[in-house]
Design a protein around this ligand. Structure first.
Ligand SMILES: [Zn+2]
Length: 109
């Protein structure tokens, strides 16, 4: 039975696309969330929003990452058969944003 829902879901004429954080479950503008995808056998942050495949959205916060892990939300959102390590995402979230620690963040794009 074909479903009537079209691919274009306009919601009250909102300009900014809204996504749901898989960690805390609250909705936020897409620009406030990071996209994560399953790449090979791990989950990586899709910083440039360019990686192919199914993505999930998460607040750039370790609290939401931990919640998502506890809820096995990555596996559900990305349709994985088994949970994948999220170390790269944790790394991304824990990289100090202020300089001066000797570790440089790749800000050049
Ligand atoms: Zn969140």
């Amino acid at each position: 039975m074909p479903r009537a829902a079209g691919p274009c879901k306009l919601d009250g004429g909102q300009a900014a696309p809204v996504r749901t954080c898989i960690g805390c479950g609250s909705r936020a503008a897409k620009s406030e969330l990071i996209r994560v995808v399953a790449a090979g056998d791990e989950i990586v942050p899709d910083v440039a929003f360019r990686l192919p495949g199914r993505g999930a959205y998460l607040h750039p916060s370790l609290a939401c990452l931990e919640r998502a892990q506890r809820r096995k939300a990555f596996a559900r959102a990305l349709r994985l058969s088994a949970p994948l390590p999220t170390g790269k995402v944790a790394d991304y979230l824990t990289v100090p944003t202020a300089g001066g620690t000797g570790r440089k963040k790749a800000d050049l794009q």
